[in-house]
Design a protein. Structure first.
Length: 402
């Protein structure tokens, strides 16, 4: 059924009539759209798009064939006009030659017909100019009108096929605002960090190279050991003191940091002192006086301790507790992905491997439940099994063998 807002203009068969019909339709659509938007709240905009789409579809179906026929007729008319225009613009038998002389056949009549020919030629030229101007003007208007109609039809189809456009637009606007705010915050944070780094650079420039790692002082060692001994006393377990040596094998660099971390970790009140164990580092150079030796070794040296050792992980062979330098510097992917850090991994691997020397074995207990602390003796380097990283012995792991 045709839309009553678009009466049939079949009486206008000419090109101008077609343009007027298209213009009236465009004006009617524009007027209806403006009135509707002006008197309707935004939540009803989606309904408007649907109604316009349906109306436009019905209108297009009703007069689409008429517009097509009119367009074909207009094209034929334009073709005939241009053909006539080209023919009319060709030089006639009474026109002047390029050198300004007339044809010999018309030479005798030049004086008689000059005035009439000039008047007729001027009128024909004016008519041609007038027609050319009209075709240019109306042709441009036709192109603009067609572009508008096509744009409206495509826009209506796009909107009616996506009924949630207004909601998406609003959501997009909110996301854009949030993104802009987030970018502003990030830029501000980066600016602050840049200023902080600049300040640190200035400070380091004034003080020279970063401070080198220094060994724990005797007083620091005394204080750490005293805290461990107090933990042993509070635990009620039988005190056991172990003496250990520090060694290296392969290209591992300076051992100062390794020595500091080993001493602090083994005597930490959260660690093996809760099971009754304390640890003293042997500094007299006699390896026979050590209950165990903690060695920081390069990966290519791991299998020299035992073929059971791997160049990928750390291991314990008898009294040798061997820490793989690659794991010491980088931890493992499973550990880091589970939320652990390299610093915590160092604590864990020392306690875990020394735990073997104290009588424990791998996976004697495993993850009790998801998101619970993993048992220390579980092979956390390989798989957390759903638990969270843990570097200290749990309550049921607080025992040592002589």
């Amino acid at each position: 059924m045709a839309d009553s807002r678009f009466p049939n203009d079949s009486g206008d068969h000419g090109f101008l009539g077609t343009l007027r019909s298209i213009g009236r339709r465009i004006a009617s659509l524009a007027s209806t759209a403006a009135t509707f938007v002006a008197h309707t709240a935004m939540p009803k905009l989606r309904v408007w798009f649907r109604s316009v789409g349906h109306a436009a579809g019905r209108a297009l179906r009703s007069w689409g064939s008429a517009v097509g026929a009119a367009f074909v007729t207009a094209c034929h008319a334009i073709g005939r006009f241009f053909t006539r225009l080209v023919v009319d613009m060709r030089p006639s038998t009474t026109s002047r030659q390029p050198d300004g002389r007339t044809d010999a056949a018309n030479g005798q009549l030049r004086a008689v017909t000059m005035g009439a020919a000039s008047s007729s030629g001027a009128q024909r030229d004016m008519h041609h100019v007038y027609m050319v101007r009209r075709i240019i003007i109306f042709g441009s208007m036709a192109l603009v009108a067609i572009a508008l109609v096509v744009g409206i039809v495509l826009g209506v189809r796009a909107l009616t096929s996506s009924p949630d456009v207004p909601a998406r637009i609003a959501t997009s606007g909110q996301r854009s605002d949030k993104a802009a705010d987030g970018q502003s915050d990030v830029q501000a944070d980066q600016s602050d960090k840049a200023e902080g780094q600049s300040s640190q650079s200035d400070d380091s420039g004034e003080s020279g190279a970063p401070d080198a790692i220094v060994p724990l002082t005797d007083q620091e060692r005394v204080d750490i050991l005293a805290a461990a001994q107090q933990t042993v006393a509070d635990s009620g377990n039988t005190p056991v003191e172990y003496t250990y040596c520090i060694a290296s094998q392969g290209d591992v660099g300076d051992l100062t940091e390794f020595s500091n971390i080993v001493y602090s970790t083994l005597n930490d009140p959260r660690g093996w002192p809760r099971a009754g164990a304390t640890f003293q580092e042997n500094t007299n150079g006699d390896p026979n006086a050590c209950d165990m030796t903690l060695t920081l070794a390069s990966a290519d040296q791991m299998t020299t301790f035992s073929t059971e050792c791997s160049d990928e992980y750390s291991c314990r062979v008898g009294n040798d507790v061997v820490i793989n330098i690659d794991r010491w510097n980088n931890a493992t992917e499973d550990w880091l992905n589970a939320g652990g850090t390299v610093e915590r991994y160092r604590t864990m691997v020392i306690n875990h491997e020394v735990g073997h020397r104290l009588g424990h074995f791998d996976n004697e207990t495993t993850c009790p439940a998801v998101n619970q602390p993993a048992p220390l003796m579980q092979q956390q380097s390989m798989d957390l099994l759903g638990c969270v990283p843990n570097e200290w012995p749990l309550d049921d792991e607080l025992w040592v063998s002589q």
